[in-house]
Each structure stands twice: as C-alpha cells, then as structure tokens.
Design a protein around this ligand. Structure first.
Ligand code: GLU
Length: 332
C-alpha cells in the first residue's frame, strides 16, 4: 500500500476548517455586468492548493468550471514576455499601479502606454501585441498555453464570450485608444475578439492552483513536466501580480496576505507562494473592489495559518515545504 501523504492529510484538514468557517459567509454580490455571470449559483465555494511535486489538496466545488475573466491576465502577460521579449513588451505596457478602476479608459500620461497588464487597458494591449506577433493562431496558442499551465486542455464558455462581445463598449473604447496611441498595429475588433475569448476560458479552482504552482515552480508544470513560461517572464509576472493583482485592494492585500495574486470577476483568485505553492479559490460573491469575498478570506486564512507572507520572517513560511516535510507547519 502507498505511504499516506503527509502534505495531503494535514493540508486537507486545514482546508476543511477554512471551508467550514467561511461557508456561512454570504457577503458580497455576483458580478452582473452580463446576465451569464449573474446566473452562476452564488453559493459555490471551492479551494485547491498544489505544490511543486504535483500534490494537490482540494475541497468543495473545486472542480466546478467558471470563467477565468481577469485571472487570465498575468498568464497572457507572461506569454507575451516569452513571445516578443522584455523590451518590446515594456514598450507596449508598463508595470505601474494605476490607482484607478480596472476598466478606466486611460493611458499613463508619462508613457502614453497602459499603466500595467492587470488592468483592462494593459490586458488589451497584451492581446494586441500577441495578435500582431502570432496572427490568427493567437487565441488557440493562448488557450493552449493556459491549458499547459493548468495541465489539461481548456475551452471557452460561448455564452459568456457572446455577451462580453455584445456589451463590451468600454473595452472597445480602450482598444481604439490603444490603436490610436500606436500600442499595436492590428484590427481593433480582432484584438477585442481575442480579449473577450481570453476572459471566457473556463477553469476550476484546481486549474488555478495548478496554474499558480506552475508559476511557483519557475514556469514548469510539476505534473506534466512541461516548461510553460521562461524564468524571467515568471519573475516579472509575479512582481506585477504582487503590486497590481487585486484591483484597488492590491496594497492592502500585499500587507495582509503578502503573496502575488490575481482575481477576476468570475469569482476566482490565484495566489502564488514562490517556489512552494499554488492556491486556487473560487466563490462568486464579490466585494466592492471586485474580489471574491470568501476567496480573499480563504487566502488570508491560509497565509496566516501556514505563515506564507513573503516578508514575514518570524514564521516558517519562507521554508514552507521543508518544514512541512519535517513535521507540522500549521499554526492551528
Ligand atoms: N470581462 C471583464 C472585462 O473585461 C473582465 C473583468 C475582470 O475580471 O476584471 O471587463
């Protein structure tokens, strides 16, 4: 018989405790800017944690599919860095927090480029540059890239894609602003098609944990062994997730949780413990900043219980895996 896996047993208990505590929390509202997102059952709640040896602990609705929305943004950014290189990428998009709403129709006045790739303007710039570099195969290659990070092929939710496309007037305005500023030199409608498809990719909390641990594992999916992103793109992507990943709560998140992360209006959050863990959480009720209420609390709980904050030197978090493999690492 196989040896019991100590990572799974103890982490399972911790996740079960957090899931039990947070299940009763019904604060927040579903995203409602398109009817499809308002139709998602509000009570869904899944948690998944993966490590660089490919071990996964998960609970609740962790295998339920939802649309990735803005959680795709860091992965598309990493792909662009890999595709056109650092200098060309930074000529198209900055890495500066904007302090403005994620869907602001604006460029950084210092550079005439979007502030960063985690806001819509930056993400649409990334799509434009990917399309310019890869041509009509751009979406298939982007979808395959996210699938390689997750370790399984991914697909899109056609109804969400259609709605995003029909109602995305702000994003269209941003697309034209970018084209006028010379950020990309391809058809705006084709860029938006790529962006709306990217938002509509279906993932699960387990997928997000695997995508997170692929970043934590310096770009290589630990289950398939496939190198998905290069080392330097991963470093830049984690940096920009740390400073800009949680909408206008990114600063509070950095202090409280201390992990690079990205959330989306579909209710997903991916968080990364560098070299150690990927965390994927899904719960569709959002707070005013647009972040999943239970998802954030779950990440706060994991970070506090396991000592994961990047700069907390009084706990074992920076050596999480080593401590885990030599005995309990939980503070519960
Ligand atoms: N499809 C949404 C938009 O572009 C994504 C929003 C998000 O998850 O931040 O507005």
């Amino acid at each position: 018989m196989a040896e019991p896996n100590p990572f799974s047993a103890e982490l399972d208990n911790l996740i079960a405790a957090l899931h039990g505590e947070l299940k009763a929390n019904t604060a927040g509202e579903l995203a409602s800017y398109i009817p499809e997102l308002a139709k998602v059952p509000a009570d869904l709640f899944g948690i998944a944690v993966a490590d660089p040896r490919g071990r996964v602990s998960s609970l609740g609705d962790a295998a339920h599919e939802f649309t990735i929305q803005s959680v795709a943004k860091p992965f598309a950014f990493a792909m662009l860095l890999d595709t056109i290189g650092r200098d060309a990428t930074y000529r198209s998009v900055g890495v500066q927090p904007s302090g403005d709403p994620f869907n602001a129709i604006e460029l950084d006045p210092r550079t005439n480029r979007p502030f960063n790739p985690m806001v819509n303007a930056g993400a649409i710039a990334v799509c434009g540059r990917l399309l310019q570099a890869l041509g009509p195969s751009a979406f298939d290659r982007l979808k395959a890239k996210l699938g390689d990070a997750a370790g399984r092929p991914l697909d899109i939710d056609e109804a969400v894609f259609r709605s995003e496309n029909e109602t995305g007037h702000r994003n269209r305005a941003i697309g034209h602003l970018l084209r006028a500023a010379g950020v990309f030199d391809v058809d705006v409608e084709a860029v938006l098609d790529l962006y709306f498809r990217q938002c509509s990719i279906k993932v699960t909390a387990i997928d997000l944990a695997m995508m997170g641990v692929t970043l934590a594992n310096v770009g290589t999916n630990p289950v398939t062994g496939r190198e998905v992103f290069g080392v330097d793109p991963v470093r830049d992507t984690l940096s920009v997730m740390f400073t800009c990943g949680m909408y206008n709560a990114a600063g509070e998140w950095s202090c409280r949780v201390g992990l690079p992360a990205k959330s989306g209006v579909g209710g997903g959050i991916v968080a990364v413990v560098n070299r150690q863990l990927g965390i994927g959480v899904f719960s569709p009720r959002l707070d005013e900043a647009g972040n999943s209420v239970r998802g954030q609390l779950c990440c706060i709980g994991l970070a506090e219980d396991l000592g994961l904050h990047a700069f907390d030197s009084t706990n074992p978090g920076s050596n999480f895996l080593r401590a885990w493999d030599h005995g309990s690492n939980s503070r519960r």
